[in-house]
Design a protein around this ligand. Structure first.
Ligand code: NAD
Ligand code: UDP
Length: 314
């Protein structure tokens, strides 16, 4: 049995990761300050003897004897991370320092949940890990993008200077059950709007693209990355390479929910990336032929069912 710390473990991805780690017989400590989540997602785990919840901000030092750390603490939706930009930067940077310091002290392996946002508004398409990105360092997304870029730098330097065992994954847009109702990201917004018969809000002309990954595929990739040999540190892209425009996503959601909602266009937020698609050759090669198994329609179906249930409970 391994003892594993998951920061941000009460969040959307974190709760799926905690569940998978518990199911595999590990002891899990979930550290979260519930900034962009609630206890709801982890309530079922609280009665389990090998699950512990620590309500703490990752910007403060934390100590526990653990074997592995998954560092996910950070709001991920633009609405949430722009709400308190300074706290977002602190979370990424000081959170990384605290978790790397802990990993160094207890000789644990530490995995950083980095992001496709390190590529900014990419001019290389699809994005490979050797692309350095195109990020506006003073724009409205910079608190998140630059925080995550700085965290990657910290990880690499703790590895080189202090021999800490690190793993960096760059996660592309991920969706699924357990996203918050107020998350604000596109998949949950469109599904909720369609189910409630409200207007579907497309920002800009809707021709911008994203590649959507179902959460189970990501969790599988995270576990495989943690299990790679010590000399493979990443960064490695984890995402589903099939690309959709926001107009295509809206049409698909409308069709699958048989909704009468209408599409409206709202202003495009500043610095909104035009396109995004991962090249996953490295992940396939290094993570034992990992590739996404759940395609958009199947994943959307599960997510629609989840939100439908949630709305009935309100
Ligand atoms: P989320 O907002 O649902 O989860 C983040 C969790 O971190 C929340 O539970 C939140 O309360 C917690 N948190 C935030 N600040 C904290 C702090 N200072 N101290 C302790 N806990 C804190 O988002 P998510 O989609 O589950 O994302 C999880 C991680 O994956 C994030 O690091 C995010 O950057 C990364 N990521 C997600 C995506 C995606 O598409 N979902 C894409 C790229 C990267
Ligand atoms: N978007 C949209 N309507 C919404 C929410 C988002 O058209 O209600 C667009 C947004 O402008 C972006 C894309 O959907 O182009 C993905 O946005 P999201 O916030 O999900 O993630 P990110 O921009 O960080 O990839």
């Amino acid at each position: 049995m391994k003892r594993i710390l998951v920061t941000g473990g009460a969040g959307f991805i974190g709760s799926h990761l905690c569940e998978r780690l518990l199911n595999e017989g590990n002891e899990v400590i979930c550290l979260d300050n519930l900034f962009s989540s609630s206890k709801d997602k982890i309530i079922p785990f609280l009665k389990l003897p090998y699950f512990e919840f620590v309500r703490q901000d990752v910007t403060f030092p934390y100590f526990a004897e653990v074997d592995e750390i998954y560092n996910l603490a950070c709001p991920a939706s633009p609405v949430h991370y722009q709400h308190d930009a300074i706290q977002t930067i602190k979370t990424s940077v000081m959170g990384a320092i605290n978790m790397l310091g802990l990993a160094k002290r207890v000789n644990a392996k530490v995995l950083q949940a980095s992001t496709s946002e390190v590529y900014g508004d990419p001019v290389v398409h699809p994005q490979t890990e050797d692309y350095w990105g195109n990020v506006n360092p003073i724009g409205i997304r910079s608190c998140y993008d630059e925080g995550k870029r700085c965290a990657e730098s910290l990880f690499v330097n703790y590895h080189q200077q202090n021999n800490v065992g690190i793993k960096i994954i760059r996660i592309f847009n991920t969706y699924g059950p357990r996203m918050e109702l107020n998350d604000g990201r596109v998949v949950s917004n469109f599904i909720l709007q369609a189910l409630k018969g409200e207007n579907i809000t497309i920002y800009g002309d809707g021709k911008q693209s994203r590649s959507f990954q179902y959460v189970d595929d990501l969790v599988e990739g995270m576990l495989r990355m943690m299990g790679t040999s010590d000399d493979f540190t990443g960064p490695v892209n984890i995402g589903n390479p099939i690309e959709f425009t926001m107009l295509e996503l809206a049409q698909l959601v409308l069709e699958m929910t048989s909704s009468k909602s209408e599409i409206i266009h709202l202003p495009l937020p500043k610095d909104d990336p035009v396109q995004r698609q991962p090249n996953i050759d490295l992940a396939k090669k290094m993570l034992n032929n990992w590739e996404p198994k759940v395609q958009l329609k199947e994943g959307l179906q599960k997510t629609i069912e989840y939100f439908d249930q949630m709305l009935k409970q309100i």
